[in-house]
Ligand binder design. Sequence first.
Ligand code: ATP
Ligand code: MG
Length: 547
Amino acid sequence: MARIRLLSEETINQIAAGEVIENPASVVKELAENAIDAGASEIRIEIRGGGQQLIRVSDNGCGMGADDAALSLERHATSKICRADDLSELRTMGFRGEALASIGAISKLTLTTALEKGPGHQIEMEGGRLLKVAPCPRQRGTTIDIRSLFYNVPARKKFQKSAPVNAAEITKTVTLLSLAYPEIGFTLVHQERETFCAPALEAGSFYSRALQVLGETFCAASFQIDHKGFRGFAGNPSQHRPNRSGQYLFINRRPIFSLALSHAVRDGYGTRLTEHRHPIYLLHLDIPPHLIDVNVHPQKREVRFQEERLIKEELREVIQQAFEEPKGAPPVLIRSLLPPPSQPFPWDLPLSFKMREERADPEPLCAPIHEEVHPLGVFSHYLLLEEGNLLTLIDLLAAREQVAFEKLSKKGAIEKTGLLLPFVFELSSAEAHAMEAHLSLFEELGFSLRLSGAQSFIVDAIPAFLETSAIRDALMQIIEGKTSLMNSAQLLSRFARGNKKQFMLQEALALFKELRKCSSPFQNFQGKPIILHLNQDEIAKLFSKKI
Ligand SMILES: Nc1ncnc2c1ncn2[C@@H]1O[C@H](COP(=O)(O)OP(=O)(O)OP(=O)(O)O)[C@@H](O)[C@H]1O
Ligand SMILES: [Mg+2]
């Protein structure tokens, strides 16, 4: 009896999908790239349950007519190339005509699309089977909903990471695309909360987008590069990493991993970098499409170079030269992009993208706190207020600690900062076990952590108040302490005091407002005072004391 048989269409499609779609973040990548290719100026991504429940990508791009919409879900159907030769002139993110078909084969998909003129259309697909095509009102553009991802591929579903880890991966994917396409506005909404927003900028504003997304701290400390089609930032040699996790390379606006180019950058740093350490960088390379082959990796994460040696040599030189030019003040360009000094700026954010919650204070910072409260000023880390006939003193460092403590002890209240460059650290095997046993505690405390290898962990997000330099210390103190939520909240909130001891008045008032929302604004959990009031008699007494 013959042992070889032809596989069913359904099985072929599921296998093919497995190559392209690894996790919810790969779906977001494919759908957002399609929106980019469709000429969208706004892309909105909504996810639920880390993307496993729902991924919805909406764009205001060119949209599709009814026939194209139905064809777009077929395998090997594309509008981007006609023949293999076209690959040498490729300017689009997609070209294989298989992403939508792959996603449709392993999920429940709804596509709603409309051209500039004419009616819109909606198509429903489930596990690769077309269920329904119907007219549907919509403005120009496309919305694709993906529900129940991997519902018919249990083997893949079983190996999916937790919702927070998937959400962090998606944020990273969107962040990367936003760095490559500053002229497009990107919004990411997770569980109905906006977690990332990069408004559209002028075309070509790569530096402004980097500043918008990564923050001034990284950009100002780095070396700006703009030479021979290489643009971006080479991190300060002191910001090295034990691995390549902080290296972001875009080739013709496509996020790419290239060991060869990573070595070239490393060579450019020369002896400025300690042995066995890796630099961090964000680099955009413009290379004529005919000199690269993008059709080498299922998820298009790698490319092959025709003149690899030449590109490596040029890259090495460009990096080397960046260090040789006198640095002094931050480059003029960066300075001109900085917000005016009166505006509060998250100075202490490391190379991280700012999640939306962090800037979510909808009230203006200068709004009066209370009619009878008049700010007098800031002295060292104390805020001075006149409240009726009282002089009020607020210890701002203690206030930071208390605000953090109360948020940490309430489930889901702590704001997170996603790290664009994940923080990786190694532990002894006992420590790694302790860490793994308390992953849910760390989630509650605002960390997104995942195991990588037997004894190393990757941190993708941290509580917003924590400085990156303190991550390891904070995690170690928690696993060494009594790992109850209350105890950990006490340990961790101490880090909220931070290194910065100077406050601007606006910043101090914003913190005071936060403190007033606390259930215990006057005393911390150890009974130490945070706010002191002095009336006129008490002040007079201080003066009348004999020395
Ligand atoms: N958001 C969108 N707006 C307009 N057209 C779209 C959109 N998404 C997909 N399409 C159309 O559907 C076609 C198929 O999309 P699909 O992602 O499957 O393939 P592709 O982008 O051509 O190639 P690849 O598989 O490499 O991504 C595209 O070529 C494009 O014409
Ligand atoms: Mg595509």
